[in-house]
Design a protein around this ligand. Structure first.
Ligand SMILES: [Zn+2]
Length: 188
């Protein structure tokens, strides 16, 4: 009888420990990619070099195809195309902050569009001559993942249009204080 009691206690504590570690892992990886992604960080700005082979194991197929396979989501299909909340857009692959909602505008092109990145280093550029077009590819400055393209038909002050796939973006709402500040600035 005593032995049985000990077994029950032991099993119970093992289960608790298991649940706790699972919960901790979820907190560390609160990204849209779902699977455990140890490279994901919204505060670490250090560049990371990870092979496509490894990304393939970490990312969802949808994210992998665009971020690593340089694919494009269908126009008007993305969750952030019509998104108007105040906050920050992050790289869905690595968590790097990419755009502020106040740099977003309605381009009606079918993809979320921004006229400026959150800072110069957040994005890197490369010429893209695929599909018979001369375009400039836009990649995440931290993990080199493909995000979309930048065109020179955007609104002032930059005249640029960063045309970005929703799939490779994560979004976090601004805190209440920051939101009311943004609203008051917008009204002036
Ligand atoms: Zn990234």
């Amino acid at each position: 009888m005593k032995l049985r009691f000990y077994i029950l206690v032991l099993t119970g504590s093992l289960l608790t420990a298991c649940n706790m570690s699972q919960q901790k892992q979820m907190e560390n990886n609160s990204d849209s990619t779902g699977a455990s992604n140890r490279y994901y960080s919204r505060s670490d700005t250090g560049k990371i070099t990870v092979s496509n082979q490894e990304w393939d194991k970490i990312l969802s197929k949808e994210v992998y195809n665009i971020a690593r396979g340089k694919g494009t989501e269908m126009a008007f299909s993305g969750k952030f195309n019509d998104h108007k909340e105040v906050g920050t857009y992050y790289c869905a692959v690595c968590g790097n902050p990419l755009f502020n909602s106040n740099g977003k505008f309605e381009s009606n092109c079918g993809w979320p569009s921004f006229f400026e990145p959150i800072n110069k280093g957040s994005i890197i550029y490369a010429p893209d001559n695929s599909h018979g077009m001369q375009r400039t590819e836009v990649m995440c400055g931290r993990c080199n993942s493909h995000l979309g393209h930048v065109f020179e038909d955007g609104p002032p002050p930059t005249g640029l249009r960063y045309c970005i796939n929703s799939v490779v973006l994560d979004f976090a709402k601004a805190s209440k204080a920051a939101k009311s500040y943004a609203d008051s600035v917008g009204k002036k």
